[in-house]
Design a protein around this ligand. Structure first.
Ligand SMILES: [Zn+2]
Length: 354
């Protein structure tokens, strides 16, 4: 086999700033540990026709003592069929550009892991390459320097998992539409539970976005008020129905956010359905007053449950859909989703969900 060894790591424009106060040497026996956010790393089948797959995650350096720990080098070995088929070493400004310090490794409940534990560094690992389905595991070696310049090495093996969705799901609305934003590998949703999320607009039968050409009223979008259906059977575990729709097209006005989302990210009116087996659907931005299910209701696949709207942090009528591994999108990990009736979920894809 022929595998090109080249750097594919994605950089973020974050500066490296040591945490903690004052320089300090860590005990060499100090346990350092590597974890990941999300907890499990699922392969994303991003473009099956071109055999392009990948994954994105944060490598979390965990220490049991607070203090600065600065990445020196990161070696990534790609394991396939029992051998290393690709290797890269990142250091210097490239490694610094991968670093972030604002990632929360909270549990699904929102609680922090047991103290004492600190997360002085997170590194964003991004892979997008052909033939990725063969990669089964990443071997990671991170060298970090403490406040006294003493280097420590910590290693981890990270399995790349092919997610096996248990729930049979269909698209949350019928008819023509377009995927306006997809998951993080497509440059879309970047938050922990939204890594595979999609935004979808409803279109008319000619795939036009507006019922009244030239209008800028959200109510004139072809998708406005379209029935939203349960993508699969399950039990409603969370729902909200009291949030106003954003009145102006193209503007996500914070004045319409719920008080608990002052900085944005408001899902507006929403429904979370528990499909069992740790799979939950979140459908967001529904029209004010349109949600017709309540917490505890059992729903059947294709049952009407609400209408497409413009509530929450949104600049035009659409739905946000994501499959996640817990009821709370604030802390759940996102799951790759497959619908039986819409196959291409990349940004800009037109579809007709029948
Ligand atoms: Zn979205």
């Amino acid at each position: 086999m022929s595998i090109t060894i080249s750097r594919r790591s994605m950089m973020l424009g974050a500066a490296l700033v040591p945490l903690g106060v004052g320089a300090k040497a860590f005990d060499n026996a100090l346990p350092l540990r590597l974890g990941t956010v999300p907890t499990r790393i699922y392969r994303s089948v991003f473009n099956p026709r071109e055999n392009m797959d990948g994954w994105v995650f944060f490598l979390m350096l965990e220490a049991s003592e607070d203090g600065p720990l600065i990445p020196v080098s990161l070696r990534i070995a790609y394991h396939a069929a029992g051998e290393v088929v690709r290797e890269e070493v990142v250091r210097g400004p490239l490694l610094a550009a991968m670093a972030r310090q604002d990632i929360s490794p909270a549990r699904l409940t929102g609680d922090a892991p047991d103290p004492p534990a600190y997360w002085p560094q997170a590194l964003r690992i991004h892979c997008y390459l052909p033939h990725a389905p063969m990669i089964q595991e990443l071997g990671l070696q991170l060298r970090v320097a403490d406040g006294s310049g003493i280097e420590h090495q910590v290693e981890a093996r990270i399995p790349i998992i092919d997610f096996q969705q248990r729930a049979a799901l269909i698209f949350p609305f019928r008819g023509p539409g377009i995927i306006s934003q997809a998951g993080v590998l497509g440059g879309g949703h970047r938050n922990r539970s939204g890594g595979f999320a999609i935004d979808a607009l409803g279109l008319d039968e000619n795939h036009g976005p507006m019922r009244a050409p030239g209008s800028d009223r959200p109510q004139d979008y072809a998708g406005w008020g379209r029935p939203i259906i349960a993508p699969g059977t399950g039990v409603v575990v969370r729902a909200r129905n009291d949030r106003p729709d954003q009145p102006r097209d193209g503007v996500s006005d914070p004045a319409y956010f719920a008080p608990e989302y002052p900085g944005g990210g408001d899902v507006g009116n929403y429904i979370v359905i528990d499909h069992g087996e740790g799979e939950f659907s979140l459908i967001a931005h529904l029209r004010l007053g349109s949600v017709r299910v309540r917490t505890g209701d059992r729903v059947a696949q294709a049952q009407p449950i609400g209408e497409l709207g413009n509530s929450g942090d949104t600049s035009g009528p659409h739905i946000h859909y994501q499959l996640q591994d817990g009821p709370r999108w604030e802390y759940a990990d996102g799951l790759p989703v497959r619908f039986a009736n819409v196959s291409n979920l990349t940004r800009g894809s037109y579809f007709n969900a029948r």
